[in-house]
Each structure stands twice: as structure tokens, then as C-alpha cells.
Ligand binder design. Structure first.
Ligand code: 5GP
Ligand code: ZN
Length: 118
């Protein structure tokens, strides 16, 4: 756990979240400011700032993170498809420095969303 990391605090239960999934490697919860009807964040439980910092030791968590995306999107009501977005670093417009995949969807096409989620 990284001190002062809000997503580490969410994993630890120190900051409340609307949890949708948890296993030994990843944790998923609803984004506090949903940009689409389905907007879930999936994060590795172990602190990892971004893909820029990933090492081979992170590969099981990164694989799991993608592997659960379809299950979470479908259960949340996006059975027709979804988008996975990972912002990395300043150029990637990442705001929270604990790696997270945005799972976004709903009953309408998500749109281009090339820069941030709008
Ligand atoms: P980024 O811009 O880093 O890719 O996305 C950060 C995301 O985290 C944003 O969509 C923002 O709404 C979400 N977020 C920030 N703080 C919290 C929080 O305390 N709880 C939850 N559930 N989401 C958060
Ligand atoms: Zn963290």
C-alpha cells in the first residue's frame, strides 16, 4: 500500500466505494463521476502507479484486470460491448496515480473518447 494513495485506501476500505468485484489480485468499483451509464474502475490491489511502472511481477494482475472486464461490464448492463481505457502519466491525462482501467459502456455507443472521458 502506498501512503496517501486514494485507490490504495479504497482497496483497504479506508475510503468507501461502491465495490463490484474483488479477488486476490484486482479490485473493481464504480467511478465516483460516471461518464457513461456503465463506468467501472478496475485496479490492481498492489500499488502500481501506471503502466510506465509495470514490471513482469505485475503481469498476473494486469492479465486478470482485462480478464474480468467483460464479466463486470456485462453484469453492470453493457452486454452489447464496452470500452477499456487506461490513461498513463501526464501525456495520457492520468489523474489518479494508481493504475486503473476504465470500463465504460451502456446501451449506446460510447463515442470516440480519445482524450479523457469526454
Ligand atoms: P484518470 O483521469 O486518472 O484516468 O481517472 C481517475 C478517475 O477516478 C476519474 O474518472 C474519477 O472520477 C475517479 N475517482 C477519483 N477519485 C475517486 C474516488 O474517491 N472514488 C471513486 N469511486 N472514483 C474516483
Ligand atoms: Zn495505490
Amino acid at each position: 500500500m502506498s501512503e496517501n494513495c486514494i485507490f490504495c485506501k479504497i482497496v483497504a476500505g479506508e475510503i468507501p466505494s461502491k465495490k463490484v468485484y474483488e479477488d486476490e489480485l484486482v479490485f473493481a468499483f464504480h467511478d465516483i463521476h460516471p461518464q457513461r451509464p456503465v463506468h467501472i474502475l478496475v485496479i490492481p490491489k498492489r500499488h502500481l502507479a501506471s503502466l510506465q511502472d509495470a514490471t513482469p511481477a505485475d503481469e498476473p494482475a494486469l492479465g486478470r484486470l482485462l480478464a474480468v472486464a467483460n464479466q463486470l461490464a456485462t453484469e453492470a448492463g453493457s452486454s452489447g460491448g464496452f470500452r477499456v481505457i487506461i490513461n498513463n502519466g501526464e501525456i495520457g491525462c492520468q489523474e489518479v496515480p494508481h493504475l486503473h482501467a476504465h470500463i465504460v459502456g451502456g446501451d449506446q455507443p460510447v463515442g470516440p473518447m480519445l482524450k479523457r472521458l469526454d
